[in-house]
Every structure is written in structure tokens, then in C-alpha cells.
Design a protein around this ligand. Sequence first.
Ligand code: ADP
Length: 540
Amino acid sequence: MFQPGQMMDRPLLISGIIEHAAAQFGSVDVVSRETHGPLFRYTYADCAVRSRQLANALKALGLGPGSAVGSIAWNNHRHLEAYFAVSGSGMVMHTCNPRLQAQQLVYIINHADDEVVLFDTTFAPLVKGIAAHCPKVKAWVCLSDGDNTVAVDGVANVLCYEDLIAAHDDRFDWPDFDERTGAALCYTSGTTGHPKGVLYSHRAIVLNALSGCLPGVMSLSPKDTVLPVVPMFHINAWCIPYGAPIAGARLVLPGPRLDGASLHELMEAERVTVTAGVPIIWLGLLQHVEQHGLRFSTMRRTTVGGSAMPAALIAKFAEKYGVEVRHGWGMTETTAVATIGCLTPENELLPPAEQHAIVARQGKSLFGVEIKVVDENGATLPRDGTSQGELLVRGQWIASGYYKGEASPLVDGWFPTGDIATIEPGGIMQIRDRTKDVIKTGGEWISSIDLENAAMGHPDVAMAAVIGVKHPKWEERPLLFIVRRPGQSLGKDEILAFLSERVAKWWVPDDVVFVESLPVGGTGKVQKAELRKQYDGVFS
Ligand code: ADP
């Protein structure tokens, strides 16, 4: 017999987050880099006031529960207000990745039925190019004050954000509704075919954001100042814009300035303790810090994910700068972080290189997420650290389908990630490759990630990428791309000799291409498809 518990049935809603922050951490700062340069500073209480004004403004524009509002914006305070105003009023916050191609942006804005799109001035040229193709958008709102709002040639319905909200009441009764209601929408990058939409529920976001605050995850608390470099336009900035106000942590939003010098200056000026971003961002930051002999006076922890964090970078952060790296894994379909590593006291007794090797794995699944690896027939593989197969996930914040999608992607209730992984007996998961990137050679597999990590261990290497190229005898063989560190003259023989000491002989790449830079996609990952296209046939 069902015996209900006697607790109140209060839904987990995003409006509750900002109202909690306003009530309990009302005087805590939010610092935000304006797109035109200066820093803007206010509090969670101010953020709540303006979120309510925006909620009223959107209502006045004729939007209501279920409407979608797009954003093409940096991490800044107006974007943050939209996160709360839009989802809090029962609408869908559709964050658009400005690095998508214009026709993909048009596709997602139309597919999501966006009625209003918020944009930063940086993206005015983009809006100019796409507005005519987005007939359902009633208003394009420039996230700026009157002085800095830009006219967009040929687009009549451009409004200024500050003018839009100024006229509206700062009281708004956030509606109560089912916590499983859609709150935010993010499209995958769509490397093949159209981008696919992932519609996050309030429940998924709140649960994930709460988990992100845990000490073994990002550890957010009132003691912290957190700077999410990871964009609010992709996977909710790993839910930090929700987690920080839940935890009462100060929030620092870097706006458009993501270069090493600007980030370091902001971290120091605002006494940032925790950061989060993709490895390529930290590469730029560390280069700047090393070149100028700088330190981190307050930064203690950084959460890294999106692509594999090489052990060499982990070592540099830990040994040279005293910064702990928390390496996590997740994807658009997992709301934000799904697995993350954290060293135990026993781990900390190991030699540093062994500790970094543990951190270089992608860690354990958070409570709320289950993981397993399966072979090509779908049979679960042992958790022995060596059996590798496709990683499957399920849990309270894992997608069960795609927005307006027909076929369910699930396999027996699990989401197939397209990543190849191993799981150790203790539960630590390691991503070996993406299914599409793994190099198949002579009936065996080579992990492009492991090879890249090994190459990154060479002091003259700034960036490395490995792809499999068709080979007449071996099916595929690895081809290595190297971006040298400035001023270095590393040659092919030297890097191959370096690798031969670190990987199996048959893993050593057949050739090396030295390049000035690598193609990086909208989410900070090297675009291997581009490289494959360009170098297809070089071993034939
Ligand atoms: P896309 O780049 O295709 O839009 P996402 O941004 O959702 O997709 O990225 C998810 C993918 O990024 C994962 O499936 C995985 O391949 C990769 N990824 C994420 N975190 C890590 C990590 N820590 N190490 C290696 N790969 C990672």
C-alpha cells in the first residue's frame, strides 16, 4: 500500500533559486564584465529585482508559460537575469551558441519557436544576417543600456534591454508549476545533421546545481568567489549560474574577454577562488601567466571538462601554482557535470605524477547519475579499468529524448553517449575516445586522447591533436598535429622519439604535421572532422 510521506510537496523551481539568494545572500556580489568594457557590480538582491522586471516585461510583450526566449550572449549579468526571469515565469530559456554557423542558428531559433531573442552587441552582425529568416521573433533585445545599444541594419524590431525593463514593476509573482516543466533548451553542436535540442526541466537543473555545490564536485559555498569561464550559451555554464546563488557564492562573469591576460586580471582583482572552463581556455591562461611570471593569489580550484584535460596541464596547475584541478565529464544531454574526480587522502600520499594521472581520468558519477560501459552487443563490460566500450548513462538529469524529436535515443532506458570509456573497480571512469575519433588499426584501437595527452607532456608542445587516417594495410593509422610553444623548434624525430618512450610502439603516429593553430569548434574542442577532411588519403 502506498503510504505517502508527510513532507510538503514543494516543486524544485528556478525562481526559487534567485529568491533564495535575494533573501539569504542579498548583499553578496555579482560582478559582470560589460560587453563594451567596464565592470558592472551589483548584488543577488538587485539581480532578483531586475529578473522580476524582465519577467513583467516579457509578459507585456505577450509571452507566457511555454513561450521560448532565445539568447545569443556572453556570461554577463543581463544574461543571468534572463536565466531566472524566463524559466522562472514558466517559459523556456533557449541559449544559442553564437559560434554555430548562421544557418544553424536560424534553424535552432525557428525550431525552438523563439518569440524574443536577447543578444549582446558583439553579435549584432550575426543578428543582421539571420533576423529576416526568423519570422517568429517579435523582438530582438540588445542586452545593453541606451548609450550602447546598437541599431541593426534592416532589422526594425530591435529593443534596448534597459529601456525594456525600466518601465516595469519589480514585483512579480513567480508561478508555481510542475518541476518537470521545460526550463532551458540547448542544442548540440550538430557536427553531423541538424543540431538537436535538449530541453532541461526545472527539476534536472535544480538537482544538478545542488550537486555541483557539493565539496567533492565544485565545492561552492559563501566562502567562494566563482568565475565560470564556461559559456552560459552552452550547457548552462555547467549550472554555475544556478549553483552559485544556491550556495551564496560570489559570482564573477567575464563577459566577452576570455583571453589569458583578461581572465588573470579579473581573477586577481575579484579574488576568485573557483573557476570552471574547457582545457583550451586554461592553456591560454597558463601561457600568459608563465610568460609574465605571474601567480594566482586566491584561485584554489578549477573545474575542467568538455574535452580531456592533459596530465601535463594538471601537473602545472598543481605543482607550479597550487591550483587543484577537478576534472569532470558531461555533455549537452547530461545538463552539466555527470562525473568528476576528487583526490582522496590515500591518493594524496602517492607521488605527484600518479596523482595527476588519476585527475586526468574523468572521475566518478555524481549521485543522481549511473554509468556503465557496454560492448557492441550491448552487454555490460566489467569494471576492471581495461575493458572498454561505449559509455551509457542514466539519471535524474540525463536527457530521455530530443526536443520535438521522434525516435528515442535511449537503449533499455540508458542514454548512449558515443564516448568510449573504461570504468575501474572503484568507479573511476576514463574517457578513451569518442566513437567517431577512435583510431582503428590492425583490428585494435588506439585512443587519440591518450596519444594527445602523451604529446602534451613534451615541454615544447602547446597543443596536440591526433586523427586516424585511412591506411592501405592497417585500415587506419594515427597522424599527429602539433602546435609548438612560441619560439620552440621541436622536430618530427624528436616528438616521435619522445612518444615511443611513453606509448606502445604500434601507437606511435606515422607522421607529424606542425601547424600554427588547430581548428577549434563552438564548444572549445578541436574539430577533428575538419582535419580528417583535409588530410584524408595522406597515407594512401
Ligand atoms: P558537442 O561538442 O558534440 O556539442 P558536447 O558539448 O555536449 O557536444 O560535448 C560532449 C562531449 O565532450 C562528450 O561526449 C565527450 O566526448 C566530450 N567530453 C566532455 N568532457 C570530457 C572530458 N573531461 N574528457 C574527454 N572528453 C570530454
